[in-house]
Structures are given as C-alpha cells and as structure tokens.
Design a binder for this molecule. Structure first.
Ligand code: ATP
Ligand code: MG
Length: 415
C-alpha cells in the first residue's frame, strides 16, 4: 500500500459536492463583481518566486517545492497564486487593455509546512487580483469581494483586520525603529528572529513563537511612521469601508508573510477553527509587477484558503445543499430487460435526467437496496411482462406506490 503524501488530502466523490458548492459561489461573486478568470501553470521558473515573493520570507526560504526538471531548469510548484498572475499579466500584454484588470483564480498551492489542522502541504486558494488602480477604492473593492464571498457561503462572524505597512520610504524608517527596539531583546527571541533582525525586522512581527509574539506586542507601530501619502491612502481606505458599512479593526501587527506588500494589508480571521483562523489574507502590492519584469503597475488582491473556508463553514453549521440525487434507477429483471434498460437510460440521459442503471448484474433485492441507498427518486422495473406490454413499472421511492407507465408518461413523471 502506498499512502498519500503527508499534508495532502483526497476529495472523494461523497465530499466533492462541498467543493462544487464553494466553487459555484466563487463564480457567482466573480460575475457580480465583473472579474474574469485567469489560469496559470501549477509550476513556474523558481526565479519568479525569488523575485516576486521575496527571498527573506519563510515561504521562499523554507517552504518551496523546488526541483530541477530533466532540462536542468529550476522549477517550483506555486507557493502562492499572485506571482504567476503578475507574470501572466505581463507576458500576455494584459496591461494594454483598458485598466483596471480584475482577475480571479482557483489554484492548488504547495508549501512544505508542518502539517496540522488547517495547515497542509497542498492547499487550495481562491484569489483575486486587481491591477492598474492605485486608488484606495481598489483596496476597498478587493476587501468587499472577499467579504461578499464569505457572506455567500454563510460566514458572517469574522473579524476584518487591516493595517498599512507603508511604502519603501516609510518602511525604511520603521525598520530602523524596529531594529532598535528588538536589538534590546535579542537574547530572548527565537533563532529565526535573530536572523530576521538584520535582514528584515518586519518579519519578526509575523513570528508564530509565543516568546517572540510577546516581545513584538510592545514594538513600535508602523502607523506612527507612515509618510503623508501612505497615511492619506490608509485613511481613505478606512473611509471607504465606513461608507460601505464594513466593520474592521486596525491591527498594527498584521504584516503578512510575503515581501511584496505595500501600504494596505488585511486579514479575515475566524474564531471558529482555532489557531489556524486566518481564512483570507491580502493587500496592496504596487511594486510586484515591476519586480517581476513588467511596467510599474499598482495592484491589490487577496488569497483565501478553501480548506479553511470549508472548516469554518462546517464549524458554524452552514448547510451545504447535497448534490442532485439520481432522478431514476433502472432495474432490469431479466437478460432481455438489460438491453431495454440500456436504451431507456440513453434516451433519458439525452433528455437531461440523472439516470443510474444496474451494471453489476445483482439480484432484484440487492438492486432495490442500492437504489434506496443512492436516493433514487424513482425505480423503473423492466421484466418480460413489461417488455411484452411495452410499458414500465415505475416505483415512486418517496411513497412506495407503483404505476404502469409508457415511456412518454415516465418522461413526464420525471420532470
Ligand atoms: P498563515 O498565517 O495561516 O500561515 P499565510 O499568511 O501564510 O497564512 P497566505 O499566504 O496569505 O497565508 O495565504 C492565503 C490564505 O491561504 C490563508 O489565509 C489561509 O487561509 C490559506 N493557507 C495558507 N497556508 C495554508 C496551508 N499551509 N494550509 C491550508 N491553508 C493555507
Ligand atoms: Mg503561512
């Protein structure tokens, strides 16, 4: 027996309806917000993520699935969805179209993390990218899209946390203040944070270690270091959210795990699934397109973890409608009945009905048990007698009544 790799999951047919439901809702939201879908490869040149995501992040440093292909190229399985979209935006000349460009994706994401509840090595994300608008209205739009999606699947009890991490100028000043602060506590921090202190002190605020979190709690706050433009951007976003009636908290500790963010960062956090409560993370990343080789293009977006979304839905008791049951199960009672059943199944399926027919050669009793189990609404019996008379015996599984019907009557009854 070969087992599934650690940190990955199968979706079996009996569970797939939940995914279909979420995907349907994603496409509904996309339609309502006029967002086109973009599909990019599951793997990219490693260089894209080094440049895009940033080489001081955990994702790039520790978590990427990177290998050389047979042509000796360094290839990486997507560790996030945005960099590939930025590359595709440039490569397909999407910036030549009237702007902004709004795109969404549903993609598997691969990170070599320590598997635990809500933390997988392959997970899936619904993501949105809005390119070409520097206005805080675009940030607000992105947040509204995420919120609309969460509402569509019945999740209302989430906190929206927002912050601004400024531009490279305010960040430089802030990093200096952070360095000063953390230097005084270096002995108490984890080894990774000690390294972060020199390379990227902002990352320390994102550390999951308890002792580092405690020290970070009193660290200087970036909102006090924002330049005038960044502060104005942040205030305008808050105003737009107020106007939309969206409640939020400003959380100066949200910095996000990827280097590409500028100004706005946000998270939707649920209390329903324990430690891994962040269902959605996003923000603005005005430097990304240029960083991966395109023209300077303002951009904003988010990624939403579908597995975590499903966990929250389950924990708050969202009822997902089960997928359509078979309209009819066709039970042949003799050899000749098998051929007739096959013809009938083909004709009914062509009319759009969900039809199951016996293909295992079981006894009538076993067939009936099976038909009940799969929830078939009706069962059609085809024996010598039925073939002789050119009719079908149709059992209504809801009330257990049986009727003799012509094919025309059966078709009507199935509607
Ligand atoms: P976290 O802080 O939980 O590690 P992150 O900041 O790494 O999340 P992003 O890179 O912004 O997350 O990804 C967006 C969303 O994808 C997250 O909010 C989360 O819902 C989901 N996600 C991220 N990593 C995983 C994972 N390993 N397993 C399952 N879902 C994940
Ligand atoms: Mg992470």
């Amino acid at each position: 027996m070969i087992n599934i790799p650690k940190g990955t999951k199968d979706v079996v047919p009996a569970e797939a309806y939940k995914w279909h439901y979420v995907e349907e809702k994603i496409r509904e939201v996309a339609r309502e917000f006029c967002i086109g879908e973009i599909r990019t490869p599951v793997f990219e040149h490693t260089e894209l993520f080094l440049r895009g995501v940033g080489d001081t992040t955990d994702i790039v440093n520790k978590e990427m699935y990177t290998f050389n292909d047979k042509g000796g190229r360094s290839i990486t399985l997507k560790p996030e969805g945005t960099a590939g979209v930025a590359r595709a935006f440039i490569e397909n000349g999407l910036g030549e179209n009237p702007q902004p460009t709004k795109m969404y994706y549903i993609t598997p994401v691969f990170r070599y993390e320590r598997p635990q509840a809500g933390r997988l090595r392959e997970h899936h994300q619904f993501g949105v990218e809005v390119y070409g608008s520097a206005s805080p209205q675009a940030d607000a739009e992105v947040i509204l899209i995420a919120r609309a999606m969460l509402g569509k699947v019945g999740i209302y009890d989430l906190s929206l946390k927002i912050n601004s991490i400024g531009c490279s100028e305010c960040r430089a000043k802030y990093n200096k203040a952070l360095k000063e602060y953390f230097s005084a506590h270096i002995g108490e921090m984890c080894s990774t944070c000690r390294e972060r202190l020199d390379k990227n002190p902002l990352r320390i605020l994102d550390c999951k270690e308890e002792r580092c979190k405690q020290i970070a709690a009193d660290a200087p706050v970036i909102l006090d270091h924002l330049c005038d433009e960044c502060r104005e951007h942040h205030e305008k976003l808050c105003k737009a959210l107020d106007a939309a009636g969206v409640s939020y908290v400003i959380d100066p500790h949200i910095v996000r795990g990827l280097d590409y963010y500028t100004r706005t960062v946000f998270e939707f956090v649920s209390n329903a699934i324990g430690a891994q409560g962040t269902v959605c993370g996003g923000g603005r990343y005005d430097g990304l397109v240029e960083q991966v080789g395109g023209k300077s293009t303002p951009a904003a977006g988010f990624g939403m973890g579908i597995e975590r979304l499903l966990m929250v839905m389950q924990n708050v008791g969202v009822q997902i409608p089960p997928e359509k049951r078979p309209d009819v199960y066709i039970a042949p009672l003799c050899d000749r009945g098998c051929d007739v059943a096959l013809g009938l199944a083909c004709r009914l399926r062509e009319k759009g009905f969900a039809v199951e027919r016996e293909i295992s050669g079981r006894s009538l009793k076993a067939q009936m048990k099976y038909a009940a189990k799969i929830g078939a609404k009706k069962v059609v019996f085809i024996g010598e007698d039925e073939i002789e008379k050119g009719i079908y015996t149709v059992k209504n599984m809801q009330d257990s009544t049986s009727l003799a019907m012509t094919e025309e009557e059966l078709t009507e009854a199935l509607k």
